[in-house]
Design a protein around this ligand. Structure first.
Ligand code: ADP
Ligand code: MG
Length: 730
């Protein structure tokens, strides 16, 4: 009898994989075709409605009801001309995926006639049946209601799927009394906090700046494998990663995949999902192979952070959908394969003014360079003061496989700035003396300025091991996981930056009030911040054991697991910074902590179940069959009287196979016991710790023996597609 794996391999070989791709079409001809852009607004809205929407998008102010009716009518006209029949509020709940609930425009009037309607109410607010979204107890104590509310700063778009077209309205998702239950609501608050704090600091240098926005350019890594093969593995179907599987003879040691040519089948898939993305206004720019076999990356041109986060969530959704058309499966999981590089999502982050200046790009004049230094040093100070929050923001069961293991980057948060800027900061530190002096201004204006190269991008020696690296005109937060919603790390980054800038302004103003000159005051506070944040800077190899030692001495934390890391969300320091910047209330913070812990528990729980199931239903039966073959063979040879020499090897293999069977059986039973114990623990924090420390430890043990069996058992009868098949077959 053929195993499921064999059938899958046969089917895969016979599949017709030819699909359409966009060929010679120009990207500009399709870009944002499905987005209610400024241009579409101009065309479909009255002057008044257009102005009101533009204004609200810029300043975040509310749109009044009458205007909302007009805007909804315009949106509907635009959408209907494009074949749209339904609309949905599109939001990003804490489950980590995107959510939609489709309603049709169609409705019946009181006289029984049909009409298609989309009014301001439907645009502004909806009440999705939200009881199934995580809420950390917030909705249990109040009314079990959640609302989605329109975010006019992110444009509406048309999602095409399976021949249907839906108008999607980006929204926040909040509880009955306004508490946030998603990624977008706190992100928008952090953007506002950062804007305010950054404009005030900018005004020391340039009075014309009235708005500062954070910018984000993400780099999305992912694996692509054959769907038929993936479907033959319960772990890939249910968990998005392999729980067993021996590494192939050829892994990534040859490093021949990186920047190699893209396989045809994957290339067609890329073109297809890029085309869908372009229509949605996602400005994808680069695509290439990644280090691991079967691993790829795409990256867009950076955008304002709120839009960039939406676009990344949308992209992940589009990739999943389009892959199906190609009989492929996209793995966005942080660690789909053991022994092969995992996937991350570098978050390139910077700040831009409404005067067109990138605040993290070195300037051309002494004054603009002082402004650059100010924002640069404040970013370092922010990370120094709240490194644990950044770690918490990227904590997940998936990401533990990268950050907690010896893989890029480590769980210790540090900042890399490169040789040139290290010298500049050292210079400021040593040359600005305790005494206030007009001389400080000279140091800065002439000496330091000369030291900052105008274009750092090519000069910064790249350090690929750093979790948070300065790359010439932006910081690159590399520890973010590939499946994560960027909203979480971006909210923290914006918030801690806002806090640092607020402190900075307070400190500088205090000196100015004492009579110091502005430039002198700025230099002194900068020097102070450089000194105080030194511990977070690290230029060496972040993977080395020496760094782990050194970091410990410096007092930097190394939280390897999610339950530990998440605690940073509920410390006094965290509460203070979140409250002061109006990001979360205490209840929101506690709820979020609880939700994330529960999410962790569920993830590990599902993996434990699937692993037990695969061991018992797939691996052990295959091993027992092979045991029978061996036993039969030994018995036969014995019966023929051929002597021990003729079946010694078989007998040995039989013993080894039996040993592994026993071990798997025992460990699966022990794992089930540990799970029961954890499930009976009410306290979510304790339960998460038990899943982390007591349940998960069996994964490695079971896997070890399963992988040994994979090497021993006859290939033809092994039920699960092997790594070499998943990673190398196209
Ligand atoms: P690399 O990091 O490979 O050298 P780039 O520097 O061109 O490549 O950019 C990598 C990512 O950083 C891209 O997604 C790009 O859009 C983004 N990026 C570039 N400049 C900024 C910026 N000012 N703010 C945010 N992201 C940026
Ligand atoms: Mg990069």
């Amino acid at each position: 009898m053929s195993s499921l794996r064999y059938l899958a391999l046969q089917e895969m070989a016979s599949e017709d994989k030819k699909v359409a791709h966009y060929g010679g079409k120009r990207i500009t001809s399709m870009f944002a075709a499905n987005v209610f852009t400024g241009r579409a607004m101009r065309e479909y809205l009255s002057d008044e409605a257009y102005k009101s929407l533009m204004n609200s998008a810029k300043s975040g102010t509310k749109i009044d009801r009458k205007m909302a009716d007009q805007i909804a009518a315009g949106m509907k006209a635009w959408a209907e001309e494009r074949g749209v029949t339904h609309f949905t509020h599109w939001f990003q709940p804490l489950t980590g995926t995107t959510a939609e609930k489709h309603d049709s425009f169609f409705t019946i009037k009181s006289d029984g006639t049909a009409i298609e309607i989309f009014d301001g109410d439907a645009l502004i607010q909806q009440e999705p049946d939200a009881s199934s979204f995580p809420n950390g107890g917030i909705r249990a104590t109040f009314e079990a209601r959640g609302y989605t509310a329109w975010d006019p700063s992110s444009p509406a778009f048309i999602m095409e799927a399976a021949n249907g077209k839906t108008l999607c309205i980006p929204t926040i998702f909040i509880a009955y009394n306004g508490e946030s239950l998603d990624y977008k609501a706190p992100l928008l608050k952090s953007i506002a906090a950062l804007d305010k704090a950054a404009v005030e600091v900018c005004n020391y240098f340039d009075k014309n700046v009235t708005k500062v926005t954070a910018t984000l350019g993400w780099e999305q890594e992912y694996f692509v494998i054959d769907e038929t093969l993936a479907n033959a593995r319960p772990d890939l179907v249910m968990c998005g990663r392999t729980l067993v599987g021996h590494s192939p003879a050829k892994g990534q040691q040859l490093e021949d995949h990186y920047f190699g040519s893209i396989p045809d089948r994957v290339y067609e898939f890329m073109q297809d999902f890029e085309q869908e993305s372009y229509k949605l206004g996602i400005p994808l720019r680069t695509r290439h192979n990644e280090v691991a076999p079967g691993q790829f990356e795409c990256a867009p041109i950076f955008e304002e952070v709120n839009i960039a986060v939406d676009h990344n969530s949308l992209l992940m959704d589009v990739m999943n959908k389009v892959a199906k058309r190609h009989k492929l499966k996209v793995l966005l999981h942080e660690k789909p394969f053991a022994g092969v590089n995992g996937s991350g999502k570098h978050n390139n982050w910077s700040l831009a003014t409404d005067t067109g200046v990138n605040l993290l790009a070195p300037g051309k004049t002494p004054r603009t360079n002082l402004m650059f230094l100010t924002f640069f040093v404040n970013a370092i100070k922010a990370v120094h003061d709240h490194a644990d929050l950044l770690r918490a923001a990227i904590a997940s069961a998936n990401n533990d496989h990268r950050l907690g293991a010896n893989e890029a980057p480590p769980a210790i948060i540090s900042v890399y700035i490169g040789k040139y800027l290290t010298e500049v900061l050292d210079e400021v530190e040593t040359r600005v003396k305790d005494k206030f002096s007009e001389q400080d201004e000279v140091i800065l204006k002439l000496d330091i300025h000369k030291q900052i190269p105008e274009l750092l991008m090519d000069n910064t020696d790249r350090n690929r091991t750093s979790p948070f690296a300065f790359t010439g005109n932006k910081f690159e937060f590399r520890a973010v996981g590939s499946s994560a919603n960027c909203g979480s790390p971006m909210t923290v980054l914006n918030t801690i930056m806002a806090q640092s800038l607020k402190n900075f302004k307070r400190d500088v103003d205090a000196l100015i009030e004492k009579g110091e000159k502005k430039e002198v005051a700025l230099m002194h506070v900068l020097r102070d911040y450089i000194t105080k944040s030194k511990a977070i800077r690290f230029e060496g190899d972040n993977y080395s054991d020496a760094w782990a030692e050194e970091a410990k001495k410096r007092g930097l934390n190394n939280f390897k697991t999610t339950p530990e890391a998440l605690d940073a969300f509920v410390t006094d320091a965290a509460k203070k910074v979140f409250f002061e910047n109006n990001i979360y209330s205490e209840r929101e913070l506690d709820a979020r902590h609880e939700i994330l812990l529960e999410e962790y528990v569920k993830k590990v729980q599902i993996e434990a179940r699937i692993l037990g199931y695969m061991a018992t239903n797939h691996i052990l039966p295959a091993a027992v069959n092979y045991q029978n073959v061996l036993a039969e063979n030994v018995r036969g040879l014995k019966d023929l009287g051929l002597g021990e020499g003729s079946y010694k090897a078989q007998l040995n293999i039989l013993k080894v196979v039996s040993g592994h069977i026993q071990e798997i059986n025992d460990n699966v039973e022990a794992m089930i016991e540990a799970r029961k114990k954890a499930n009976n623990t009410e306290d979510m924090h304790k339960r998460a710790a038990m899943y982390c420390n007591d349940v998960k430890t069996y994964f490695e043990k079971i896997r070890y023996h399963a992988d040994k069996l994979e090497l021993l058992v006859e290939d033809k009868t092994w039920p699960l597609p092997k790594y070499r098949e998943l990673l190398y077959l196209r």
